[in-house]
Design a protein around this ligand. Structure first.
Ligand code: PEP
Ligand code: MG
Length: 756
């Protein structure tokens, strides 16, 4: 029998049970029999949520006396974990799982394998359906899918038979009425306040088993057409003009909307006897499961686009169309969502949408790129959000500090208003510095440039009055794209960047892919086996191996810079020969373009990033080859301290103002002193005022920093007397005080320099 046919058989039996006049308990008893029989499993059990505990409601195979006796807390035992995480477990050996708990009254000691799925009602787990076998084995995908489909049928039963307490299911009991603070990850920095609006009430599926399969198929066809029409018109109306990253983001989104594989899977689910809604949900569940297994944030983001579309399709097919966007925002709003797709965000009225809080989200998610362009602060990874916030609650978002306050007290509101006002005042001061050149008190001109990588960043260049782009992260274009950007696409971006920069220099860093910036379409065998990707097959190492990649980029850059000055910087240079090898790829392309009689760049300067400590030992060999050297403190410090930069536990552990780092950086300034090479810094460290003060004291005169830091750093520079500062720093380097940070802060305050 095919998988679809066997699924159909289970569904038909379940349908008969559901349609019967049996009472709810009788139906549950019947369901465990049907599932147990079809999966040929010794045990099948249903646990439902009652008074906050998962209670055994029905079983085939466990001791009957355990029914309504065995109870597990959420998070306790395997069933508790399934309900808590809303995830499927498929275990060949249940006892080997760290959360396994043995309940003697059930008589389950003889069973080895275990598979369980959550029964979900309105996005919350209200129960668990599981099977157990004596024989240790992992369950097949079709078996897991049969369990998931049955769980959907059960959730329909629960909705109708009121088997679980509605309040409890919705978790309303946990929503308190007083102020609450939620911690999160700042995805787009900024402050915002408004009323909580839920992006979307979940679509409730009222019927799982189809009466007429052909009619369901037609419903899905129509819904697909309608959804695609909607997406097409949205992409053509996107208000950011043409050519931006958003366009690429939306194009990717569109690609998914037309994905044949997706519609085929939905049709297969309909073939197995499901309604259109249930089939869409079924496929979405499978996607979610895959997402959990993928340990690749970028691919997970793409999968999220698919989930966004799936929700959209579900709303169309069920006629439950209302999102908060379609109903219109009436007041200043903080949007609350599990996650959002880029198109969903674009549907909101920008004048009313002040901030976004997501339960999920990541820095590279498409929606975050779009929100950044819209200037909307986003707080992500806010766990437990929906249990704490209610529609209409007042919310303050502090995406600078990384938290949100729900139902704030009046004193908090007042304090927030003061911060808002202060931040506006500061912005005004910084805005006034836009055209002011940053000279120190002693008259040294400091170069303040920006780090960029997205087309949207270009507007910042003139807005903040920077001296140029000191680091253009070319890999960003690769990261927001679903496929390898063509040479033409790369060329257009580089040309537009150079046009926007005018006379100001732009330092293009060649692709720094790998490490935390993995792109799924560029996986090489070696990269896949990297246990330690930050130290693995990344950046220049990968680019040199994939010469095609570097060659294409070199051509795109050289042609984009026709008649202009071109600055090229290589990332993660570990030994001087890598610099030579990369440069020769460019030189070969230059020769080729010359032969074609194309316009050449007016000048080409090559530079390297100093991110790998080993390079500091051979600077005497490298420097004669370079025009410029830029210290990437983000990677350099992770390698100096052997501390993964992406590990939140280590984020606070080692200080940038430690003697080790400061002495190391001083060595570099000394090594380049007097050499005809421009030395700069382009890590995050340079954008913080206290750290920037230290860097000035070590001899750095060129900073490339995040655009919002340009104003604050310019203001700082104007207060500094380099000679005094340098003497002070030299003293601390030779005899470090116990806490250089505290000492520097104290010194700055005494010198009238604000560093916060
Ligand atoms: C750095 O490592 O300091 C740097 C600027 O590069 P990235 O953060 O892109 O690795
Ligand atoms: Mg780096």
């Amino acid at each position: 029998m095919t998988a679809a046919a066997s699924a159909r058989q289970i569904l038909t039996q379940l349908h008969e049970v559901m349609a019967s006049r049996m009472h709810a308990q009788g139906k549950l008893d019947k369901v465990v029999e049907i599932v147990g029989e079809s999966l040929d499993s010794e045990v099948c059990s249903i646990y439902l949520l009652r008074e906050g505990m998962l209670e055994l409601f029905a079983t085939r195979g466990l001791n009957a006396s355990a029914v309504h006796v065995t109870r597990m807390a959420i998070g306790e035992g395997l069933t508790g974990v399934i309900a808590d995480q809303i995830e499927t477990l498929n275990l060949a050996e249940a006892k080997a799982h760290p959360d396994f708990q043995y309940r003697p009254e059930t008589g389950e000691e003889k069973y080895h394998s275990f598979a369980g799925v959550p029964i979900v009602y309105r996005e919350r787990a209200v129960g668990v359906l599981c099977v157990q076998h004596v024989e240790p084995r992992r369950y097949e995908e079709v078996e897991i899918e049969a369990l998931q489909t049955t769980a959907m049928v059960l959730s329909e039963l629960i909705a109708h038979a009121e088997l679980v307490d509605e309040e409890e299911a919705l978790g309303l009991n946990s929503a308190r009425s007083g102020p609450q603070t939620i911690e999160g990850l700042p995805l787009v920095k900024g402050l915002a306040s408004g009323i909580a609006v839920f992006h979307q009430p979940r679509v409730t599926i009222t019927q799982v088993v189809a009466d007429d399969t052909e009619a369901e198929r037609q419903r899905v066809y129509r819904a697909f057409d309608k959804m695609r029409e909607g997406i097409d018109s949205m992409t053509s109306q996107a208000e950011f003009g043409v050519g931006g990253e958003h366009e690429e983001v939306l194009e990717t989104y569109k690609m998914f909307a037309y994905d044949e594989g997706w519609s085929r899977r939905i049709n297969e689910a309909i073939d197995s006897g499901l309604t259109a809604e249930a089939a869409i949900e079924r496929v979405q569940q499978r996607t979610r499961m895959r997402m959990r297994e993928i340990d690749d944030p970028l691919l997970a983001d793409r999968m999220h686009d698919l989930e966004d579309l799936s929700n959209r399709l579900l709303r169309i097919v069920s006629g439950q169309l209302g999102t908060a966007a379609t109903q219109g925002l009436r007041r200043d709003t903080i949007l609350i969502a599990k996650n959002l797709g880029p198109a969903e965000l674009l549907e909101y009225d920008r004048r009313r949408l002040k901030g976004v809080i997501l339960e999920e989200g990541s820095l590279t998610a498409h929606v975050v790129i779009v929100a950044r362009a819209m200037g909307i602060p986003v707080l992500g990874r806010a766990r437990g959000l929906r249990g704490l916030v209610r529609e209409g609650d007042e919310v303050l978002v502090d995406a600078d500090l990384g938290n949100a306050i729900i139902r704030p007290a009046q004193t908090t509101l007042d304090a927030f208003d003061t911060r808002f006002a202060k931040s506006r005042e500061r912005q005004a001061i910084y805005a006034e510095l836009r055209d002011v050149e940053p000279f120190t008190r002693c008259g040294t001109r400091i170069q303040v440039m920006i780090n960029a990588g997205l087309r949207d960043d270009l507007s910042s260049l003139n807005l903040v009055g920077a001296d140029g782009i000191g680091l253009f992260r070319t890999e960003f274009q690769f990261l927001v794209s679903a496929t390898l950007p063509s040479r033409e696409k790369q060329f257009r971006l580089y040309r537009d960047v150079l046009d926007a920069a005018g006379e100001k220099p732009v330092i293009f860093r060649t692709v720094d892919i790998g490490g935390d910036k993995a792109v799924p379409y560029l996986r090489s065998g070696e990269a896949e086996n990297d246990d330690n990707p930050a130290m693995g097959w990344r950046a220049l190492r990968l680019a040199l191996e994939r010469e095609g990649l570097l060659k294409v980029q070199a051509r795109a850059l050289l042609e984009a810079a026709a008649g202009k000055a071109l600055y090229v910087m290589f990332p993660m240079v570990s030994e001087p020969w890598e610099f030579d090898a990369a440069k020769s790829v460019f030189e070969a392309q230059l020769k080729y373009i010359k032969a074609q009689k194309k316009v050449l760049p007016e000048s080409i300067r090559y530079g390297a990033m100093l991110e790998v400590p080993a390079l500091a030992e051979v600077l005497d060999l490298l420097i004669p080859k370079l025009s410029f050297l830029s210290v990437g403190t983000n990677d350099l410090t992770q390698f100096l301290f052997a501390a993964d930069r992406a590990n939140p536990k280590l984020a606070e552990r080692y200080d940038w103002l430690s003697p080790a780092i400061l002495r190391f950086l001083k060595r570099i300034t000394l090594a380049t002193e007097g050499a005809p090479v421009d030395l700069g810094i382009c890590g995050e460290m340079g954008g913080r005022r206290l750290e920037a003060l230290a860097l000035l004291g070590l001899g750095f005169r060129r900073f490339s920093i995040t655009p919002v830091s340009v104003g604050p750093i310019k203001e700082l520079v104007r207060k500094v007397d380099l000679e005094v500062l340098t003497n002070q720093m030299n003293g601390w380097l030779s005899q470090p005080p116990p806490d250089i940070r505290a000492a520097l802060q104290h010194w700055a305050e005494g010198s009238g320099i604000e560093v916060d």
